[in-house]
Design a protein around this ligand. Sequence first.
Ligand code: NAD
Ligand code: IPM
Ligand code: MN
Length: 380
Amino acid sequence: AKGGRLLILPGDHIGPEVVHEALKILDIIEHSTGAKFTRDFDLCGGCSLDKHKTSVTEEVLKKCEEVDAVFFGSAGGPEWGTVQPNPESGLLRIRERMQIFANLRPCMFASKALISYAPIRPEIVQGVNFMFVRENCGGAYYGNKIEEEDYGCDPWQYSRHEIERVARVAGALAMQHDPPLPVWSVDKANVLANSRVWRRIVKEVFDREFPTVKLQNQLADSLAMLLITKPTAFNGVLVGDNTFGDILSDEAGGLTGSLGLLPSASLAGPPGPAEAGGTLGRNSVGGVTGLYEPVHGSAPDISGKGLANPVGQVLSLAMMLRYSFNMHREADIVEKAIEKVLDSKADGGLEIRTGDLGGKAGTKEMSEAIQNTVREMLKS
Ligand code: NAD
Ligand code: IPM
Ligand code: MN
């Protein structure tokens, strides 16, 4: 039987609002397919700080290690600030504990209708379609930090093992296409020692294990510029360090019009069937252990008003179905349903879009349109 064990961590501000809507889609899928997901709800972020004085408890970290997938909303908000431990530290500890080292952040248009809404001219941005594979458990985010009154230090370091495993995920994603997609390794090897090691080891992995994939190097700073001027030149797979991946994936949100549209998957091993991906990071149902969250944050400026765009969270659900539960048909249906909704108009002739996309719809309205479409598509 399909399904598995889920831990749901809605987090703060709009996190719970959009997670709630995404789970309604999961209800519909369970109902129609007979799949069964056990759902355990718990705290991470500011909500956990308020209740337990820690951004994530040891109990929750243990649960993260035991489930087949974690479905995450977003953590943080001005009321908690940045003094440690802040809400965001909970998410970082979960990523570290689960060893979900490959953060997949796709950049493409959720629908053709959005191309005209994107801030970049349509002829430049249409057809953009890349996957950023962000290293998620190392770099400047982790290691022995020093934080003193007048001095702060984040050691920015990578070792062979960390580079090899994330490079393999990028290679596996490229190989899912025939011919294989091109891969760009993103670094600052002109300046940073850890980038030079990164560049060399990524090349070793591709030469040895993915000889048919075209691998190129791309400096991170010029990539930031080229993503605006020639985004389709990077159609394929990009693989880069934690910090570059964080910043450049938000830029991808700007490219396609709204951060509210973008999903992400953080995986403990390569995607694909176990035979192709090996045993690394497999869960109890033969998928990849993962945490799924939108790229956007808790959006405190719009929380509590029913205005948040649920699409990033719902697309994260689709990624979860695909990578952790091998439910490819259902994942495709959720993605196509979103495309259909964004391309359609409601009864009054208005587009069904939330405010971040220039529309008048609320979270509920947008979500209900997606739910109805998913229900229809599952029937046929
Ligand atoms: P943000 O992504 O929360 O918001 C940036 C802008 O995008 C805001 O104007 C917001 O209203 C808009 N936006 C974001 N998601 C939207 C959605 N679904 N629908 C409509 N509009 C949306 O970034 P921020 O304001 O810099 O950060 C707010 C808090 O979230 C901070 O505490 C930050 O650390 C945290 N954060 C958490 C995560 C996470 O938990 N994964 C990720 C990023 C930021
Ligand atoms: C993200 C966020 C996180 C990060 C924060 C909230 C820890 O910005 O998921 O992109 O920097 O990784
Ligand atoms: Mn980010």
